[in-house]
Design a protein around this ligand. Sequence first.
Ligand SMILES: Nc1ncnc2c1ncn2[C@@H]1O[C@H](COP(=O)(O)OP(=O)(O)OP(=O)(O)O)[C@@H](O)[C@H]1O
Ligand SMILES: [Mg+2]
Length: 374
Amino acid sequence: MTVERLAFRNFRNLAEDAIEPAPGVNVIYGENAQGKTNLLEAAWLFTGGHSFRGTKDAELPRLEDGKNAAEAALSMRIFSEGRAQELRLLIQNGRRSSTINGVEKKTGSALVGKFCAVIFSPEHLLLVKEGPARRRAFLDGALCQMKPSFARTLSHYTRALLQRNTLLKDAVRHPELLDTLEIWNERLVLFGVDVMLERIGFCRLLHPKAKDVYAGIAKGREALSLGYAPFDGADTKEALQAQFREALEAAEKTDIRAGFTSVGPHRDDLDIRIDGLSARTYGSQGQQRSIVLALKLAEADVLFGATGERPVILLDDVMSELDASRQDYLLNHIDGRQVFLTCCDPQAVRPMKEGKRFRVENGRIRETAVEKRE
Ligand SMILES: Nc1ncnc2c1ncn2[C@@H]1O[C@H](COP(=O)(O)OP(=O)(O)OP(=O)(O)O)[C@@H](O)[C@H]1O
Ligand SMILES: [Mg+2]
């Protein structure tokens, strides 16, 4: 899908205006605090998701004299499902409503599935650097977009886990409760393996795509590999169940002492390696940035495979720390996808074959000429 037009009124610091992006790469540039990220955010809100910066809806309308405007209005024309479609989003008194092709909807979440996008913002770098929770959230978030039933699978597991943990805590005073531990192990295995299988399946779809994108970004100098840890490798559901059951039994004494369950999908991780070494421990800043990019672009490809529509790619501040050849890949070798990327210095951005550039200055946006590459 592509954004053909994006218009805004009273949205953050953006002046009332509209842009008509190119179907390929769109570079949004300007100095700090001018409104570049605000523009990406305006597009992102059409996914139906929350602000990726954690801002409350009530704070999105334009601030004037210390007060937020009564409403912010956004509209977007997209080309999707073989035709042009008109989407509108109104944020009023902290509540959202939307219009899809002229039909009014009471909520903003009615837009979910209409507009699909993948966002990379600087805080996503924590995906590689921080602990496993963010990586599990990345897998689960993508799975929920692809398969709405996954959220249910996950909540069945979480409930079983909570009950097992309660039993482990109560067992200090009532050791006889441990007689029922095996029953809870079985429930955990039953639901946990469903979660693991979905995540492993997604990782297997993601892996070859992320590997290809990474090879493109790094010009084949380094190789990315992904794995679901520690339970990858088991090829059948039964084998995975046996592995998980064994791990639970092996950790039983520790779990009873600690009062919680130390193995299972709530502790699993997406293992990311560059040339066989852990990216979290050994990756350079530029490598970590490239990895997150590869994961996001690959996620977009997997979503495309599942839905038949290519998500729009929103890249906030991705250029810094990328060397010339990595930038060149982003600007000239992402075929068939619409990309919006923000940066401060347009000179630092390598020349593009095609696409558009927009300069943002104090909330005003204007299209500027692209110096063509020979
Ligand atoms: N509700 C609002 N009303 C008016 N202005 C706002 C509102 N929310 C944020 N701003 C202003 O928008 C500006 C920040 O815009 P944005 O985050 O898009 O900057 P940027 O161009 O991405 O900068 P950087 O290069 O530093 O990332 C700030 O000056 C901020 O005060
Ligand atoms: Mg910004």
